[in-house]
Ligand binder design. Structure first.
Ligand code: S3P
Length: 168
């Protein structure tokens, strides 16, 4: 049975960079659900949100998650921050992957998440308020399906990452 390690958590937590490092250490393939959506549609995420609404984006996100989990090879997969919103995605992840919740505080997020076409949810909103609201809505969903919790705050990141690598 091919193995999957999946990174979930808020925007700006470092899922993509950690995912790439983890995949290269393990010599496994790497995928990122946002990148897969952009590659499949030829449109960036903001455009998909504009044309199809958030629900259209969530449907596409579900399709890429289902497909990537079905790939017959060991993979590390980084997911968009909203992957946990659909119950079907949470079920797939719990059943088929080792799930790492990569957490970050709103303060650190504000420093890391600058203007970005891949984050339309922050486009019109007060960024602090929106990030806080998303944290409140989603934290329990991340925690509910995670096998491993890692915080990227206060420079614990490197230590936690090394511990994780050693334990695999
Ligand atoms: C989203 C996070 C983004 C991207 C989209 C929606 C979210 O991915 O999927 O803008 O709902 O939190 P990152 O978590 O990689 O920024």
């Amino acid at each position: 049975m091919p193995r999957k390690i999946v990174l979930i958590g808020p925007m700006g937590a470092g899922k993509t960079s950690l995912g790439k490092r983890l995949a290269s250490k393990l010599r496994w393939a790497f995928a990122d659900t946002d990148h897969m959506i952009v590659a499949r549609t030829g449109a960036d995420i903001s455009l998909i949100f504009e044309r199809e609404g958030e629900m259209g984006f969530r449907c596409r996100e579900h399709e890429v998650l289902r497909d990537v989990l079905a790939e017959p090879r060991d993979m590390v997969v980084s997911c968009g921050g909203g992957i946990v919103l659909l119950a079907q995605n949470r079920q797939l992840l719990m059943a088929q992957a080792l799930v790492i919740f990569l957490d970050i505080s709103v303060e650190r997020q504000l420093q890391r998440v600058k203007n970005d076409r891949n984050r339309p949810l922050l486009k019109y909103a007060d960024r602090r308020q929106k990030l806080q609201q998303l944290r409140e809505e989603r934290w329990g969903l991340y925690e509910g399906i995670a096998d491993i919790y890692l915080s990227t705050d206060e420079n614990h990141f490197t230590t936690s990452f090394q511990r994780l690598i050693v334990s695999i």
